[in-house]
Unconditional design. Structure first.
Length: 595
């Protein structure tokens, strides 16, 4: 059997455990081969008087009477069963442990790879499909890598051992059984191709179902707010129906294997039974010999059936391997250069030099962006909707790399810095602060897990968050819901500011952290931001242009280039794009305030 490279890598660390499991399976095989012999001995040497195989006669002659032979056969049957049972127990225990460790190792490796991938990968792939790969596909591979791989090996050895014993018993009858095997193999291979295509469709539909469920649950507030529950239920119903249809199609194709093999078994058994009966009547063959051959014949076709019926398993694991390997082979990786260095403490000077970037080939978002930020400056990035403001700031911490041009921090290309070291010196406060499910304490210390309790409290105080945290029943141990859903927008933003404060980074990126807040929350957040921005280089995306009055510089992005650059007053005096954006916002606000 050719084992794919990914499976070899997963199995290699567990070779000792696999050897132990194989040993238990070899014991089971031996017991399987030995199981029919007590029955033959009883039929031929107790009930009848026929004796075959010199070494068996030599052993039986030491037992004396037929009663002793029958007792020995009964004890032998029990001993065989006990030995097989003990080996089965040990094998199942070791196999389950191996299966879990393989799944754990593969899932961790896959998650590590997903964390290395850039945001471009997640732009092109649905999170639900990725989750399906991390769960269903890994589970399929772990089962195959442990249980199925060993079962294939064991079944193969069992078939070989049974064939040898059958040849020793009746070589002519054995040929009858072996005659049908090539035809079964050809049939199974053809079915397997059809099943694989069907299983691939099943996996695609399952991923789509998981993605649909996830999106619906993540948007549950929006769905309920707009009364679209029926629409969302229909989306899930359609995805479920497609998955069910694809699965039934796969099962329809794979289900033909069992009846075909059953027909082959019946045909071989019928021929052996007919021919054996004639030989018994002619005195050439004993009843025990025919009984043991029929027992071996049934056991011969059981592993053959198991191997054949694994067509569906082979198809599933092949599809799962393709999906997992696609993640490992994804090239949307922001990688460190071989000679990249750990950045020293940064001063915060940032330069964009002729930077171009597009999310899709031939569709540029930034065409030629050039500007400079001095250490300690507060710089606002503004522009019309879709001009590329968020793209500009995402290039600084290398969430994405530019297609052309360079970005320098303190005169060094950001790609010459180690990625982890670079991001460790950049703080973020985004428009919608996302919190992890856990305590408020752990969320504040998320970027610096070694922070002490006094440091966490001090950061919360500076962020105007300590007061509302103290009012909560469990204080800093209060557990927030997924994405911080149990807190208000203003509370989440202040925890986000505390999280940035505790890291004490020289560079700070703000993505309009007050855009969705009410006046009271906005006042508290702005007050906290002013403390946060002291002594740091600040790059902020601003939709409310009034927040940029105190900015040292404003950079206007328009049509993928820097169209204007200067202070708030300078740009208003020029009467260009910035002045027009300010006028539109002022007129819109005045219209909203007019009674």
């Amino acid at each position: 059997m050719i084992v794919p490279p990914l499976l070899r890598d997963v199995l290699r660390p567990h070779r000792v455990t696999m050897a132990l499991i194989l040993a238990t399976m070899l014991v089971q095989i031996v017991m399987t081969l030995a199981a029919p012999w007590p029955l033959k001995i009883v039929i031929d040497n107790v009930i009848g008087t026929h004796r075959q195989f010199f070494w068996i006669n030599a052993i039986l002659s030491q037992l004396g009477s037929k009663a002793h032979i029958a007792a020995a056969a009964g004890i032998g049957t029990v001993l065989i069963a006990v030995t097989a049972g003990a080996a089965m127990y040990a094998g199942n225990y070791l196999t389950e442990g191996l299966s879990q460790r393989i799944g754990n190792d593969l899932r961790l490796r896959l998650y590590q790879q997903l964390q290395r991938l850039s945001l471009a990968y997640y732009d092109a792939n649905r999170i639900g499909a990725i989750v399906s790969t991390l769960t269903s596909d890994v589970q399929t591979i772990q089962g195959f890598a442990s249980v199925s791989t060993l079962n294939i090996f064991t079944n193969t050895l069992t078939v070989f051992g049974i064939v040898v014993v059958m040849f020793l018993c009746r070589w002519d009858f054995t040929l009858i059984a072996l005659t049908v095997v090539p035809f079964l193999a050809i049939f199974v291979l053809r079915v397997n191709r059809a099943v694989r295509d069907a299983v691939k469709e099943v996996r695609m539909q399952q991923s789509d179902l998981v993605a649909t469920l996830q999106e619906g649950l993540q948007m549950i507030q929006v769905v309920q707010a707009f009364g679209r529950e029926d629409h969302q239920e229909q989306q899930v119903r359609n995805a479920t129906t497609r998955t069910m249809t694809a699965w039934l199609q796969a099962r329809r194709r794979s289900s033909v294997i069992s009846p075909v093999i059953a027909l082959a078994v019946a045909l071989c058994t019928g021929l052996v039974l007919w021919r054996g009966s004639l030989l018994i009547m002619a005195g050439v063959m004993t009843i025990g010999a025919l009984t043991i051959f029929l027992a071996y014949l049934a056991r011969f076709f059981q592993p053959v059936r198991d191997l054949a019926e694994m067509a569906n398993t082979f198809a599933q694991v092949a599809v799962s391997l393709e999906r997992v390997e696609a993640v490992f082979q994804a090239d949307e990786v922001i990688a460190d250069r071989p000679d990249a260095k750990v950045p020293p403490p940064l001063r915060g000077g940032i330069t964009f030099s002729h930077v171009a970037f597009g999310y899709r080939p031939g569709v540029p978002v930034l065409r030629d962006v050039t500007f400079t930020i001095s250490p300690g400056q507060m710089v606002g990035i503004v522009g019309p909707t879709g001009s590329g403001k968020s793209t500009v700031v995402s290039l600084i911490p290398r969430f994405r790399d530019p297609d052309a041009g360079q970005i320098f921090i303190d005169g060094v290309d950001v790609r010459d810095y180690r990625l982890r070291g670079l991001r460790s010196q950049i703080g973020f406060v985004l428009q919608d602060t996302v919190l992890l499910r856990g305590s408020i304490r752990s969320n504040i210390a998320f970027g610096r897990p070694d922070a002490t309790e006094p440091e966490i409290i001090r950061a919360a105080e500076l962020a105007n968050a300590h007061e509302f945290i103290s009012r909560m029943p469990d204080g800093y141990d209060t557990v927030v819901g997924d994405r911080g859903s149990t807190l208000s927008g203003g509370q989440r933003q202040r925890i986000g500011i505390a999280r940035a404060l505790i890291r004490d980074n020289p560079i700070l990126v703000l993505d309009e952290p007050t855009a969705a807040l009410d006046a009271e929350s906005e006042h508290l957040v702005i007050e906290a931001l002013e403390r946060l921005m002291e002594g740091r280089t600040v790059v902020t995306i601003a939709h409310r242009l009034s927040t940029l009055r105190s900015a040292d510089k404003i950079v206007v992005i328009e049509d993928g280039v820097v169209s204007e650059e200067g202070s708030h007053g300078d740009l208003l005096g020029r009467g260009g794009t910035y002045a027009q954006l300010c006028r539109l916002q002022f007129e819109g606000r005045a219209a909203r305030d007019r009674p």
